[in-house]
Design a binder for this molecule. Structure first.
Ligand code: SF4
Length: 426
């Protein structure tokens, strides 16, 4: 027996509950099973149970064996004093509260349809290496899948806002500063996420803002703090200018250059080199002093894309790095990189801002932006595609990433909308 299956039975009341009696022969009537608690503490809270005709409101704890109560250390945990009912598969011992009273306990063994247990086992033990239910996934009606994916998308965004919330606290509730730091991370496009994070946290937006009218100064301060200017071998007019500017700004602001070795170039396409990404970030900061304000006031998706479609300064049209020249090609950010920034930074940040200020139109705006971006393409999404599930936009791909990472990989089938449908209609 598994606790997850017992949660599922309890939540959906899928057991014989007429004339239900506790192991001490108390008459039990479930008025409301309560809400599932995914944090520490009892498994269901705000339940309403009638025990021998008296209505109780409180929490419910569920275990495979009653003795798990002691094994899990609940006896000494005051959070479990509020438990009004103990639901177990096997009532091997009677459990008492700190005051010596026995906690009413019901045993589910023999009270549910055994076929359900079999379906549950079939579901979580599916032979597939991808997701256990892959054979049946597409049997779930599209409307059920869509409703579930909508919920997954919101869960995904809420999960992502945890790190944004931390940034917001670190920056003392400064929206522009925390957005700049969060967006900078995304300019690392995975491989250089950490160095971009270090760069933006050692170089406050306010410092950059003091040189907002001079692109060369913004570039100098970014490249200098990133550690690139100390490692240039072939000086030309542009690099000499950057070095000159940085010497002044470094003293003025007490800036300490990072180690240039933190930046990764290996196995990256040249257009993704951090030198190019820094130039594009500089250009974006140069064009929008209050970047987050501009983002949330963008009048439609097309305007947002236009705003983000920046090009690195002319030097970079003949360079990918400082010490080598290349064929002429303008280094504009490009649609797929812009969409990646929207998916990973701009939409989650706007979602958080909208929730924080209870401005639902901004929450909706962030969801619409994700619907307008193309689906991502990675190993997990290719896995879904192989079982016949192809999504067209980033709202769908974000939901599927969340599904796999937060549900399927942990076999949380009884908490999943797909799993609930398959258990109900095997
Ligand atoms: S969590 Fe849901 S989608 Fe994943 S294997 Fe279980 S039932 Fe299928």
């Amino acid at each position: 027996m598994q606790e997850d299956f017992l949660y599922y039975l309890w939540k959906n009341r899928l057991f014989e509950s007429t004339s239900l009696k506790s192991i001490n022969a108390e008459q039990i009537e479930i008025i409301n099973p309560g809400q599932r608690n995914d944090d520490s503490g009892p498994d269901f809270f705000n339940a309403r149970i009638s025990i021998d005709g008296f209505l109780w409101a409180g929490n419910v704890e569920i275990h495979v064996k009653a003795s798990d109560w002691t094994k899990h250390g609940h006896t000494k945990d005051r959070a479990f004093d509020t438990v009004i009912l103990h639901v177990v598969y096997d009532a091997d011992v009677a459990i008492k509260r700190a005051d010596g009273s026995t906690i009413p306990t019901i045993e589910l063994r023999g009270k549910y349809d055994n076929h359900r247990w079999q379906h549950y086992l079939d579901l979580i033990q599916g032979a597939s290496k991808w997701v256990p239910c892959e054979k049946n996934f597409l049997d779930v009606p599209e409307i059920v899948r869509h409703q579930w994916f909508d919920r997954l998308l919101v869960e995904r965004l809420e999960e992502r806002t945890k790190s944004i919330k931390e940034l917001f606290i670190q920056t003392r509730n400064n929206w522009e500063e925390s957005f700049y730091r969060h967006l900078s991370r995304s300019f690392g496009f995975r491989v250089n996420t950490i160095p971009f994070e270090i760069l933006s946290s050692s170089l406050p937006l306010a410092t950059i803002g003091r040189h907002k009218n001079q692109l060369v100064q913004i570039e100098a301060i970014l490249y200098g703090t990133a550690g690139f200017l100390g490692s240039i071998h072939n000086d030309d007019y542009y690099t000499k200018e950057l070095k000159k500017e940085f010497r002044i700004l470094q003293i003025k602001f007490g800036l300490k250059p990072m180690s240039v070795h933190l930046w990764k170039f290996g196995r990256l396409r040249p257009g993704n080199f951090p030198t190019i990404r820094i130039a594009q970030l500089a250009s974006l900061l140069y064009h929008h002093e209050q970047l987050f304000d501009a983002v949330i006031h963008a009048n439609g998706f097309a305007e947002l894309i236009d705003m983000l479609d920046v090009t690195a300064s002319p030097y970079w049209s003949r360079h990918y790095s400082f010490d080598a020249t290349s064929e002429f090609s303008e280094k504009n950010l490009g649609r797929s990189s812009i969409e990646s920034l929207i998916i990973n930074s701009i939409a989650p940040f706007t979602f958080f801002y909208g929730q924080y200020h209870q401005q639902d139109y901004l929450v909706q705006k962030s969801l619409i932006w994700l619907e307008k971006c193309k689906s991502e393409n990675n190993l997990i999404l290719r896995g879904w595609e192989q079982i016949g599930l192809k999504v067209k936009d980033a709202a769908g791909s974000q939901a599927l990433l969340h599904q796999k990472k937060m549900y399927c990989d942990f076999k949380k089938c009884v908490n999943c909308g797909i799993g609930n449908y398959l258990l109900k209609y095997p």
